[in-house]
Ligand binder design. Structure first.
Ligand SMILES: [Zn+2]
Length: 283
């Protein structure tokens, strides 16, 4: 019996599951925080009740927390060769057809336009404020900024502070909690973040507290389709990822947390990742 986390499905409470794949030794992220081989277990399972894919593991639930402060994107870690600022400079220089971020920004802004034009939610007056939770690379916030949109970033990583000092985008170095900035937001973005959180329900409930009345939530995360199309040693299944959502299970999560989806898209990104892009509002 694996202990340490997730005895019941977080979405439906079911105990039964099917094991999809198992790992017998710590991966590079776990080794970086000192997880030992002895007694090690990790596996991906699918809930028999609702179909949610989730990770069950022997390490303590908070064992990987410090990786997000200094190692996950760092140029000094064993899996990255460039600093966050070098990556930023390379990525913002990409032409639109090669830039996932530029395409993402365009998609979000066009969906917001649809929502506003259709009167699905009321359009306020600019400036609009967007909070990028977990956006320490700075690329998304930088690309999203225009005459109407003011970006803000909150991320535990020490790597992102250049985005404030060099580009004037407010950057809070801390794990997300509501009220980190004085403003409430017209849009909150969680881009490849939710799959890292032990308690996505609590996170989304907190995020609601930072949202204005007529505001939007953008979530992008790995699509559970990857279980069909990627080998079990692919990095998408690494130990930092705790959940894999499908359109059905993401909708269910959002519903539980008081959101409804306005638009959801399954896509294969330029770099070959299967991902879900979703724009939601408060119910
Ligand atoms: Zn379930």
């Amino acid at each position: 019996m694996i202990s340490g986390n997730n005895q019941l499905c977080m979405l439906c409470g079911a105990k039964e599951y099917e094991t999809i794949c198992s790992y017998s030794e710590p991966d590079k992220y776990e080794r970086a925080v000192g997880i030992a081989l002895e007694g090690y277990k990790r596996k991906w399972v699918q809930c028999a009740g609702c179909g949610l894919y989730y990770s069950k593991y022997s390490r303590q639930p908070d064992a990987l927390d410090r990786i997000y402060i200094a190692d996950y994107r760092s140029g000094t870690s064993c899996w990255r060769n460039s600093t966050t600022e070098e990556i930023f400079n390379n990525v913002v220089a990409l032409p639109p057809h090669q830039s996932e971020t530029k395409q993402r920004v365009n998609w979000i802004k066009s969906q917001i336009d649809n929502v506003w034009r259709g009167g699905i939610i009321k359009k306020g007056t600019p400036p609009y404020r967007i909070l990028d939770i977990g956006g320490a690379t700075g690329v998304f916030a930088f690309e999203f900024r225009d005459a109407e949109w003011l970006p803000y970033i909150i991320d535990p990583s020490i790597d992102g502070s250049f985005i404030q000092s060099k580009y004037g985008i407010p950057y809070k170095q801390q794990y997300y909690k509501p009220g980190g900035f004085e403003e409430r937001f017209d849009l909150i973005a969680l881009i490849f973040v939710l799959e890292h959180y032990c308690d996505p329900v609590s996170l989304l409930q907190q995020v609601r507290m930072d949202m204005k009345k007529d505001s939007l939530l953008y979530i992008e995360l790995p699509d559970a389709l990857c279980f069909k199309h990627k080998p079990s040693d692919d990095d998408i299944f690494n130990s930092c990822h705790l959940w894999m959502f499908s359109p059905v299970t993401l909708s269910r999560l959002l519903d539980i947390c008081g959101f409804e989806i306005f638009n959801l898209q399954r896509t294969k990104t330029i770099r070959g990742h299967y991902s879900l892009m979703s724009l939601s509002g408060i119910k």
